[in-house]
Design a protein around this ligand. Structure first.
Ligand SMILES: C[S@@+](CC[C@H](N)C(=O)[O-])C[C@H]1O[C@@H](n2cnc3c(N)ncnc32)[C@H](O)[C@@H]1O
Length: 404
């Protein structure tokens, strides 16, 4: 894949629709809804729940408007990425202490590394937590490994675990308690430098991925899987490459949050819960706007999951109590308000289903920009899907090797 061609094509499509993906629907309602074509909204209104779920999966059941069909086709093609297929099976002893997600990720990462790290002898992991990736790399490749994390308690658990399991020669794996920051850090920077050194970052939150990339300019190999794009600062952390700068999109914090939300095929129950959460949340928003227009947008916070199975009145009471707002309405008045605004909350829900179609494309723009930065630093770069997105939705690995 040519990263520059892909970024140029993707940003070309996305730029045209920035009015949809750059703004929050709820915070800017009803103006935000005006950005959605009437033909798209009446198409969405015509869908039953099964078809809504298909739309949430990126399909267009029935007779969609041509413009929506063309857009989804373009986004689908431009977000396709090759898969890393290999798996290095872990033994029963290896997987002790790992949950299913972590075991799945490490099996794929080990296989991916095995094919690409012939000249590597040492490695460092940013945000290595309990050191599971580190210990399995030491065992598999016999590397010397430094696992850095700012969470000392997590590292102590990792040390304890290694001592008890008596699995590795102690000198091969070293935990370093440090916060990895931009700018010079004489104690840890040398760990990222050298053609025989690999730099790892598995699910580095927000800007930590960029810190890893910048520290690894002289490394022989880099693997990064990003996450939590909403922790990026759009004015500081995007774009990071020169090419990306010339093809910049108007990223906002709402767009960054959307980029973290690309999800693959929800189950029927997951979709039903999402819909219910949205319905209650949107209804509460419309209620507060009507009763207390001066409050502006009110953050309601996440309610306990069980509350979403209850009527709107029960949910609203809980949230209003937490917000210390006395609405002066009976339970039946609250529930009848919910019924009266249902067509409007359904429309807000449909705007969300349509806006979510941009999530994966926005994520890929962020990752392509990082990949191109690595190319600009002289690395050969791959972007591969590595994890099953049902287990680990942030599943794209940025892999960079020194160009010979
Ligand atoms: C999302 S977890 C990923 C942990 C592990 N890599 C994995 O894949 O399971 C992020 C880890 O990074 C650590 N972390 C976050 N920011 C850090 C920083 N600036 N320096 C060092 N560690 C950091 C956190 O303490 C946490 O253990």
């Amino acid at each position: 894949m040519n990263c520059r061609d892909r970024l140029e094509a993707l940003t070309g499509v996305l730029r045209h629709w920035s009015g949809l993906w750059s703004r929050s629907i709820l915070q800017n309602w009803p103006e935000s809804g005006a950005a959605y074509l009437e033909s798209w909204l009446s198409y969405a209104d015509s869908l039953d729940e099964k078809s809504e779920r298909m739309l949430d999966d990126g399909e267009l059941p029935g007779a969609p408007p041509q413009s929506l069909h063309s857009l989804l086709l373009a986004l689908h093609g431009l977000t396709e990425l090759p898969w890393h297929q290999g798996i290095q099976r872990l033994t029963t002893a290896d997987v002790q202490g790992l949950n299913a997600k972590k075991a799945h990720e490490i099996e794929r990462v080990l296989s991916l590394l095995g094919q690409r790290t012939q000249s590597i002898r040492q490695a460092v992991d940013i945000g290595g937590g309990m050191g599971h990736l580190a210990r399995l790399c030491v065992k598999t490749f016999d590397w010397t490994f430094h696992s850095i994390d700012r969470d000392a308690a997590l590292q102590e658990k990792g040390r304890d675990w290694l001592r008890r399991a008596r699995m590795l020669p102690g000198e091969k794996l070293c935990f370093i308690h440090a916060s990895v920051e931009d700018g010079p850090q004489s104690a840890i920077d040398p760990l990222f430098s050298g053609r025989d050194r690999a730099s790892m970052g598995l699910h580095t939150c927000g800007p930590l991925a960029l810190t890893q990339i910048r520290k690894s300019q002289k490394a022989g190999f880099l693997l990064n899987v990003g996450c939590c794009y909403d922790k990026l600062d759009p004015s500081r952390d995007y774009p990071v490459s020169s090419f990306g700068e010339a093809h910049q999109l108007p990223f906002t914090r709402h767009a960054l949050f959307l980029a973290t939300r690309g999800r693959h095929k929800k189950t029927e129950a997951e979709f039903a819960l999402m819909k219910r959460v949205y319905e209650h949340r949107f209804t509460l928003d419309l209620l507060l706007r009507r009763k207390f227009p001066d409050l502006g947008f009110v953050r309601a916070g996440d309610a306990p999951k069980a509350l979403y199975a209850e009527s709107f009145a029960v949910y609203a009471r809980d949230r209003l109590e937490r917000l210390r707002i006395d609405i002066g309405m009976t339970e039946s008045a609250l529930n009848s308000f919910e019924g009266s605004v249902r067509p409007e909350t359904r429309r807000i829900f449909h705007c969300h289903l349509l806006r979510d179609r941009f999530a994966r494309a926005l994520e890929l723009v962020i990752l392509l920009d990082r990949a191109i930065l690595m190319e600009e630093m002289g690395f050969q770069v791959e972007l591969l899907q590595v994890f099953d997105p049902r287990l680990s939705p942030r599943n794209i690995a940025l892999i960079a090797s020194r160009a010979e």
